[in-house]
Ligand binder design. Structure first.
Ligand SMILES: CC(C)(COP(=O)(O)OP(=O)(O)OC[C@H]1O[C@@H](n2cnc3c(N)ncnc32)[C@H](O)[C@@H]1OP(=O)(O)O)[C@@H](O)C(=O)NCCC(=O)NCCS
Length: 144
C-alpha cells in the first residue's frame, strides 16, 4: 500500500468512490479545480493499482483545513484511515503548521469519533452548513 499525490488520471475512480460516500459529493470538475488550486493538496491510498481511499487539505498560512478523508465503503472499519491520518501528520511534521481544522456533519458519528481519537476538539458549530439544513462542527487540533 502506498500513499501518493492524486493526479487527473485518478479522478474517475475517486469520483466513483466519492459518489458512494458523500451527499455533498465533489464531481470531476470540482476535483480538477482542486488539483489546480495551489493551496490544495490531495493524496490517494493505493494498493495494486486500486484506490482504497483518499484525503485532502487546503493550506492557509499556519493552518491546514481538511477537505476529505475517505475510505472505500467496502473497506471501512478495518483501520485504513490510520494510514491517511498518519500520512497527513507526517507531511506537516516539519512545517510551520500550527493547527488543523475541519468541518464535519453533526450526524457523522464515525468521522467525529475518528477525529476525536486523533485529538481534534469541537470548537464551534456552523449552523445549516450542509445543504442549508444540517449543522457542521468545526473541529481543531493543535500540532507541532
Ligand atoms: C470516516 C472514515 C474515513 C473512517 O475510515 P475507516 O478506515 O473506516 O476507519 P477505521 O477503521 O480506521 O477506524 C478509525 C476510527 O474511526 C472511528 N470509527 C470507525 N468505524 C466506526 C463505527 N462504525 N462507529 C463508531 N466509530 C467508528 C473509531 O474512532 C475508529 O477508531 P477505533 O477503531 O480505534 O475505535 C470512513 O468511515 C469514511 O470514508 N466515511 C465516509 C466519508 C466521510 O464521512 N469522511 C469524513 C468526513 S470528511
Amino acid at each position: 500500500m502506498i500513499v501518493r499525490e492524486m493526479t487527473k488520471e485518478d479522478l474517475e475512480e475517486v469520483v466513483n468512490i466519492e459518489s458512494s460516500l458523500y451527499k455533498d459529493k465533489w464531481n470531476k470538475e470540482a476535483y480538477l479545480r482542486d488539483l489546480e488550486n495551489e493551496i490544495a493538496y490531495n493524496y490517494v491510498l493505493e494498493h495494486e493499482g486500486v484506490i482504497l481511499g483518499y484525503y485532502g487539505f487546503w493550506l492557509m498560512f499556519d493552518n491546514i483545513d481538511i477537505t476529505k478523508v475517505s475510505i472505500r465503503k467496502e473497506l471501512q472499519g478495518k483501520g485504513l484511515s490510520k494510514i491517511l491520518m498518519e500520512d497527513m501528520f507526517n507531511r506537516i511534521s516539519n512545517s510551520d503548521i500550527n493547527t488543523i481544522t475541519l468541518e464535519v456533519r453533526v450526524s457523522n458519528k464515525v468521522a467525529i469519533a475518528l477525529y476525536e481519537k486523533y485529538g481534534f476538539k469541537k470548537i464551534s458549530v456552523r449552523e445549516k452548513y450542509y445543504e442549508n439544513v444540517e449543522d457542521a462542527y468545526v473541529m481543531q487540533k493543535e500540532v507541532n
